[in-house]
Design a protein around this ligand. Structure first.
Ligand SMILES: *Cc1c(COP(=O)(O)O)cnc(C)c1O
Length: 429
């Protein structure tokens, strides 16, 4: 294939494409990529960037991994896609078995969908249809946390932080949900009753109309990169049981080892009624998500009026994606991934610590293979993005947050380059 020049790609991009959270004319600010391998993204002008983002939490094994490549190629020769209504296939069956085995025992049924946001929509529909089926059709609202992020489709967006999620732009088209304050108890601190008092009041007042509470366990991602005490989840589970409200965990960002446990819920040993997985599920190769639920939910819905769960995406359980997810999870399990995440944690913590000296830095925090520098003021992306690229790293800040969640395969020297660049850029603002 003859390659277009950097400028040609940018010009064509600018003319026709809309990028995420970007103006229609943002094409001049995007960097053309020609390939990626390991932790390096290669740009069209030959420069290589060390990837600090794992393509938004996904590429845990890095890019162009031989094991994942082989899984895609092998599946390609069997079947790339087939409808899931009335048909099934081994990649889906084996992946579902593995997800059920890896997650808490009570979560024993898997619904596949095509993206994280859709898996959240599915979780919301499961919760609402469960209550409808069991004679409580008035339980339709959800309660989530401020600073939360659950996706960009309407249902998922209605659960995101109302301010950073810009709910006012969508007016009455957006379902109205309830919000509790973000937990303030630190990850390594206990959670006092006072820390969850506002949540308790909301549950007490609204339990009759509440289908479920949804949270990102232990680590809030795109809504603020905040970490909180696992004990909060223990108390939340008890409150949900007390007020007969379902509990949904959104582990789309935290799943598959990112916080140091296979799933963040293991920090608290709390079992939700419904669990959402996505992002790193396929090792970043393609889009796939899963919503798991307990027998209480699946049998409640099945015994109800509809007799079936009313959802079914066209690309449900896509065989290529399922085969890649299987290979990615098996690859993870075949490695000492806990030690790797611990190493990354140590290196991110040590590497980012000097940022604490900067007067524009409000906080530096790490959990598992996540490193965050929180600034006092929001950064100007158009200024900051080229500063990272000049230093040979790919970091994409948002708002006041400059953060990294590298692929697990990143070596010590590359982590040092990455964190040094983050500190250097922050110090130069
Ligand atoms: C990214 C994310 C989503 C949405 O997933 P998409 O695949 O982008 O639709 C939902 N919840 C959390 C916690 C996420 O990090």
């Amino acid at each position: 294939m003859t390659r277009a020049s950097w400028q040609e790609i940018q010009r064509a991009d600018s003319a026709a494409i809309w990028h995420p959270y970007a103006p229609a004319t943002g094409g001049a600010d995007v960097y053309p990529v020609t390939s990626a391998s390991g932790v390096r993204i290669k740009l069209a002008d030959g420069r290589e960037l060390i990837d600090g983002m794992a393509s938004w939490w996904c590429a845990i094994h890095g890019y162009n991994h031989p094991v994942l490549n082989r899984a895609v190629e092998a599946q390609l020769h069997d079947v790339s896609h087939v409808m899931f209504g009335g048909l099934t296939h081994e990649p889906a069956v084996q992946l579902a078995e593995l997800l059920v085995e890896l997650t808490p025992v009570a979560l024993d049924r898997v619904f596949f969908s095509d993206s994280g946001s859709v898996s959240v929509e599915v979780a919301m529909k499961m919760a609402i249809q469960y209550w409808y089926s069991t004679g409580k059709p008035e339980k339709q609202k959800l309660l989530s946390l401020r600073n939360g992020y659950h996706g960009d489709t309407f249902g998922a967006m209605s659960l995101c932080d109302p301010v950073t999620g810009m709910h006012h732009l969508f007016g009455a088209a957006l379902p109205q949900q309830l919000f509790a304050p973000a937990p303030t108890c630190a990850f390594d601190a206990p959670c006092e009753d006072a820390d969850i008092a506002a949540m308790k009041v909301l549950l007490e007042q609204h339990c009759n109309e509440l289908a479920a509470v949804i949270v990102e366990p232990v680590a809030q991602g795109a809504g603020g990169m905040r970490f909180y005490s696992p004990q909060y989840l223990v108390k939340l589970r008890a409150l949900c049981d007390e007020y007969d409200v379902l509990l949904i965990f959104d582990e789309i960002a935290t799943g598959f080892g990112r916080t140091g446990k296979m799933f963040a819920l293991e920090h608290a040993n709390v079992v939700p009624d419904i669990l959402c997985l996505g992002k790193a599920l396929t090792g970043g190769y393609m889009t796939l998500a899963a919503t798991l639920c307990t027998a209480r939910i699946s049998s409640g819905i099945t015994a109800g009026e509809a007799g079936a769960f009313m959802h079914g995406p066209t690309f449900m359980a896509n065989p290529l994606a399922c085969a890649t997810a299987l290979a990615s999870i098996r690859l993870l399990l075949s490695q000492p991934w806990r030690r790797t995440v611990e190493r990354l944690h140590g290196e991110l913590s040590a590497g980012l610590a000097p940022a604490r000296e900067c007067s524009n830095v409000a906080d530096v925090r790490t959990l598992g293979a996540i490193g965050v520098i929180e600034l006092r003021e929001a950064v100007d992306m158009r200024v900051v993005q080229p500063m990272f690229v000049e230093r040979g790293v790919w970091v994409r800040p948002f708002g006041k947050l400059v953060y990294a969640m590298p692929p697990y395969v990143m070596g010590t020297a590359d982590v040092a380059t990455l964190t040094a660049a983050m500190v250097d850029v922050v110090a130069g603002l």
